[in-house]
Design a protein around this ligand. Structure first.
Ligand SMILES: Nc1ncnc2c1ncn2[C@@H]1O[C@H](COP(=O)(O)OP(=O)(O)OP(=O)(O)O)[C@@H](O)[C@H]1O
Length: 590
């Protein structure tokens, strides 16, 4: 029930509406339970002309409607009208409350996903995350809007009917009501069994969404490798597992309904058999038997539905746990930390920096320094730790030991958001948003200024290219728009980064998809317009880094060579070898 406490915390701001909706439930329940008593009054007092009993209800009826059938009919009409009114308000108010609460949950989820640690996304699958943010949230909405209110309704109904039946006839009510605990225990047992299967089913559905999402995302790779058959097989296997689990759930429900029907039939059978027998012998009135029958009938569906609602409680609790897992995950930003927000000028000093992913050592004693406005080129084989190094500068990961200072301030003492806002990073993988080119370039700007956008695009050597698009800067990119070449996407991503005139610029292999000439032109423009920015360029292409003030060769997480192009070009080692390979390749026109 811990999750109920948590849900309670989310109801803040909507508790009054929820309370009013509970009152409406109460009203609807009370009105719905009046009808059988009125019918009993009609049969016993109006038709059979029995004497009034001691019951307050019959005395009140006699006072208000007398023995008139017409007046009683009008009363039934009003009871139905008020019951309908209460049901309307119940639906309306519980929907307002549940929608409001779900909105809060969605806002919290989205904010949390923006703030979770960068490393969080290494261990979660996108399909699973999407499922948590959509169908799990929907399960919570249904729980709050329908099931919770329904449970209150059923419990109220059982309590009120219990008191009415006891007052009508103690013996018959004990026999009839003794079936309810059996039904409840059965429902509870069912709920416990089914909860396990709901979790398995949710996980299977998430797996299926992940495969689907991955496949749609990577459809080009699948087609290029002609691996459609393999993908279909993978999907079918997952789909089979999902339908197997769902089938198990359906089978469990298929057992549930006949068994709970059996309980209901026994209950109704007892009322009819004993009630009519006692009515014939004159122990109770026929009106009482009919009222009993109506109450048992009224209870039948809610009590039978209790198991289903309880099982949905199970589903909601699983969904809630899955949502809580996201909300409880560690975030990157701690408001209480009160970290520094120094003005960033661009001096970077690494001293004996070591870093590992959990227990996998990646960087081993990295030391170098960069003055304001200097350019560092980093070269190294795949997996040597180049990206990891720049992830440390932006505090996407924190170093284990050693020191990184930005303008003399220890990096770990600088606010993460602040440092990221002050560093322009072009990532290795280019991602563009499903917006137009103009919006993509200015996505980090509050106000889109065309002049800034054009300047950034010109520096990234993409301005002319954009103007050649049919709709120019208004051209949609991303899923709905035209397909851009890899180089065009990279250059838009570069423009998006440099538009902010950061004092530190980092390019993580972000010129790999452009030709050598464009690469040189972009670097020339950068030097001209961002000469005061400290720049780090990671590249596998010597020509991209040869003009840098300093060049670092990274091998196996260690600096194997450090210097200028002139110092490294003749020194034995990786740099010289790659230079030769690339020179030879150019000569051969590769
Ligand atoms: N999130 C991660 N968790 C665990 N290991 C990781 C993670 N990211 C990278 N690695 C590992 O760290 C090592 C260095 O990776 P990194 O991305 O820094 O290399 P790189 O030099 O940038 O490679 P490339 O030139 O291919 O981009 C690799 O062995 C990689 O497998």
């Amino acid at each position: 029930m811990n999750y109920l406490n948590k849900i309670y915390t989310y109801t803040e701001g909507y508790r009054r509406v929820y309370f009013l909706s509970t009152l409406a439930v109460f009203g609807a329940t009370v009105f719905s339970l009046l009808t059988p008593l009125i019918i009993k009054y009609i049969i016993d007092i109006i038709i059979q002309n029995f004497d009034l009993s001691d019951s307050y209800f019959e005395k009140s009826m006699d006072f208000f409607v007398g023995k008139s059938l017409l007046n009683t009919g009008i009363l039934i009409f009003f009871v139905a009208f008020f019951q309908g009114g209460c049901l309307y308000f119940k639906g309306k108010l519980s929907s307002i409350a549940s929608e409001g609460i779900v909105k809060t949950v969605k806002d919290k989820l989205y904010t949390q996903l923006q703030n979770v640690k960068y490393s969080y996304f290494n261990k979660v699958e996108t399909g699973d995350l999407l499922q948590r943010c959509t169908s799990d949230v929907e399960t919570i909405r249904k729980f709050l809007a329908i099931q919770l209110v329904e449970v209150v309704n059923i419990i109220l109904m059982i309590i009120i009917i219990f008191f009415i039946l006891i007052n009508l006839n103690l013996k018959l009510s004990i026999i009839v009501l003794s079936i309810i605990p059996l039904m409840f225990i059965f429902s509870l047992y069912f709920f416990i069994v089914v909860k396990k299967y709901f979790k398995i089913s949710d996980e299977a559905e998430a797996k299926l969404s992940t495969i689907l999402q991955e496949n749609i995302h990577g459809v080009r790779v699948v087609k290029a490798f002609a691996s459609e058959d393999l993908e279909i097989k993978k999907f079918r296997c997952s789909n089979k597992h999902y339908s197997h689990v769902t089938y198990k759930l359906i089978r469990l429900f298929a057992y549930y309904w006949p068994i709970s029907s059996f309980f209901s039939f026994v209950q109704m059978g007892l009322v009819l058999f004993l009630g009519i027998k006692w009515a014939v012998s004159g122990t109770i009135t026929m009106g009482t038997v009919i009222a009993f029958g109506m109450y048992v009938w009224q209870l039948e569906f809610p009590v039978r539905n209790l198991g289903r609602i309880l099982s949905d409680f199970g589903k909601a609790s699983i969904s809630f746990e899955r949502i809580e897992e996201i909300l409880d995950s560690e975030t990157d930003f701690n408001e209480n930390e009160n970290l520094k927000k120094p003005q960033i000028k661009g001096k970077i000093v690494f001293e004996n920096v070591r870093f590992s992913y959990i227990d996998k050592p990646i960087l081993n004693g990295i030391s170098f320094d960069l003055d304001i406005g200097e350019t560092l080129g980093i070269l190294g084989p795949t997996g040597s730790g180049k990206s990891s190094l720049i992830h440390l500068i932006t505090r996407l990961y924190d170093y284990d030991s050693g020191s990184i200072k930005i303008d003399g301030v220890e990096l770990k003492e600088i606010d993460k958001k602040w440092i990221r806002k002050n560093i322009g990073l072009v990532l290795q993988e280019t991602f563009l948003f499903a917006k137009n080119v103009r919006e993509n370039i200015g996505i980090t700007k509050k106000i889109l200024d065309d002049c800034d956008i054009f300047t950034a695009a010109k520096t990234a050597s993409i301005h002319e290219g954009i103007l050649n698009f049919k709709e120019g800067y208004e051209t949609q990119v991303g899923e709905k728009g035209v397909s851009l070449s890899g180089g065009q996407k990279q250059r838009i991503a570069i423009a998006r980064t440099i538009i902010n005139n950061h004092k530190i610029l980092i390019f993580d292999d972000s010129l790999s998809a452009v030709d050598i000439e464009t690469d040189a032109s972009i670097r020339r423009e950068l030097k001209k317009k961002h000469s005061s920015s400290t720049t780090i360029i990671i590249s596998h292409r010597i020509s991209s880094i040869m003009d840098a003030d300093k060049i670092m060769v990274l091998e196996g997480g260690k600096i194997s060579a450090y210097g200028t192009h002139n110092q490294l070009k003749d020194r034995d080692g990786l740099y010289k070898r790659i230079l030769k390979i690339q020179k030879d390749g150019m000569k051969e026109g590769i």
